[in-house]
Ligand binder design. Structure first.
Ligand code: SF4
Ligand code: SF4
Length: 399
């Protein structure tokens, strides 16, 4: 006998999904062509057809806690083949952006990062704090900033000790806030998506996910948007390289000097020092990777929301202003150099301090969902399916 189910649709949630990029959601007729098309969906309960149904029904909690929305890498193979132009790939992207907003702590920050109206205030916070750093570094003497030509000394204007305090202190706070949001997400996944029978264990799942993320191998399995893999890899490793550069610069220019070590380095570190090489390579990687992804989005390969553009433009500008700061220092053009470096710092702290609430949060939430999927046995099913190719028609017609 059929089991009765009580559904509690959230109509406002449906409106939000449509507004966030899933405008054509309601045209879906549940044919499951998308689930058959998706190379990343496991044969057992494949996505995205069931997610389309959940979104149409406004099943907010079930959908936002569904790890499958994070197994999707937005290649849009499914959207290309959808006979109703319901754009399931874009619907899943919209739901993902709503998911990290939903679990964000404090929650008002999730709302703020999603609102263009809040952008001036969000930028103003790091802008004012960095003006304070500049005032401390300059000790009331600002004339050198406006010289027509001459030596450019960023460490004098923005003392590295103060910047590192902001960097380390801000990051510790942000990681603590991010951890609260991620715990909420993990608990929601456990509550709504029970683990399967075949579990490889948490550590094995984490190792497997790391081996998947480092080469971005899932992007390589996508069809329509496979070229996005290179852009994502450049941004990913560019950002990691920039973080390592900042850490090494802190260690060699401040910590070793404080310890009186003979190995300490004078600021600024310049070529051919390996730390500078890493910094330049990282900046270029972010600039090129960001440019590649922006040009793909401009070509209309997928629906792009406010947060997509905000993140891509911010990370590309971080790379651009970082490269310019180096060039302008060498060219000894103080007024433009200091202005550019100031903008660079504002953008860096904007990206870091708001990471748990911006598109950056994808990195954390996707990683956690992949670990959950593997540790609950779901991802193992997916791997087995891709290891032994099966004719697409052999997947269930309706998930
Ligand atoms: S392909 Fe997917 S999104 Fe499109 S109509 Fe069929 S079930 Fe709906
Ligand atoms: S966008 Fe790509 S990965 Fe995501 S559901 Fe569609 S086909 Fe699968």
């Amino acid at each position: 006998m059929a089991r009765a189910m009580h559904l509690d649709p959230d109509l406002d949630f449906i409106r939000q999904v449509k507004k966030a990029g899933g405008a054509d959601l309601k045209t879906c007729m549940q044919c499951a062509t998308c689930s058959v098309s998706c190379k990343l969906a496991p044969p057992d309960r494949p996505f995205p057809r069931k997610e389309m149904a959940m979104a149409q029904w406004g099943l907010k909690e079930a959908l936002l806690s569904d790890p499958d929305i994070w197994l999707c890498h937005q290649c849009n193979d499914c959207s290309t083949r959808c006979p109703r132009q319901a754009k399931p790939g874009d619907v899943l992207a919209a739901v993902r952006s709503m998911a990290f907003r939903h679990y964000a702590f404090p929650s008002f920050m999730g709302q703020a990062l999603a609102s263009p109206a809040a952008l001036p205030l969000l930028l103003l916070i790091p802008a004012l704090i960095l003006l304070g750093v500049l005032a401390v570094g300059s000790q009331g003497e600002f004339g050198y900033l406006f010289a027509g030509s001459g030596e450019v000394d960023y460490a004098h204007a923005f003392p590295h000790g103060l910047l590192e305090m902001l960097f380390i202190g801000g990051n510790l706070l942000i990681f603590a806030f991010a951890a609260v949001g991620l715990m909420r997400f993990w608990n929601a996944m456990k509550a709504h998506t029970p683990a399967g029978m075949r579990s490889p264990g948490f550590l094995a799942a984490m190792t497997g996910v790391a081996m998947e993320i480092l080469p971005h191998s899932k992007f390589g399995q996508c069809g329509e948007s496979k070229p996005r893999q290179l852009g994502h890899l450049l941004i990913f490793y560019g950002f990691i390289g920039a973080m390592i550069t900042a850490g090494l610069a802190l260690f060699f220019t401040i910590i070793l000097e404080t310890l009186g070590s003979p190995f300490f380095l004078h600021s600024p570190i310049d070529l051919p020092n390996p730390i500078k090489i890493l910094g330049v390579a990282s900046g270029l990687a972010m600039l090129i990777g960001g440019g590649m992804l922006i040009s793909r989005r401009l070509s209309g390969d997928s629906v792009s929301g406010y947060q997509d553009w905000l993140f891509l433009i911010a990370i590309t500008l971080v790379g651009l202003t970082g490269m310019l700061a180096w060039a302008l220092r060498l060219a000894e053009i103080p007024v433009v150099a200091y202005l550019d470096y100031y903008l660079h710092l504002v953008l860096v702290f904007f990206l870091l301090w708001y990471a748990p609430y911006s598109k950056f949060a994808h990195m954390f939430y996707r990683t956690l969902a992949l670990v959950y999927a593997r540790s609950s046995g779901r991802e193992l099913v997916s791997q087995a399916a891709s290891a032994a190719p099966v004719a697409p028609q052999s997947k269930p017609a309706a998930a």
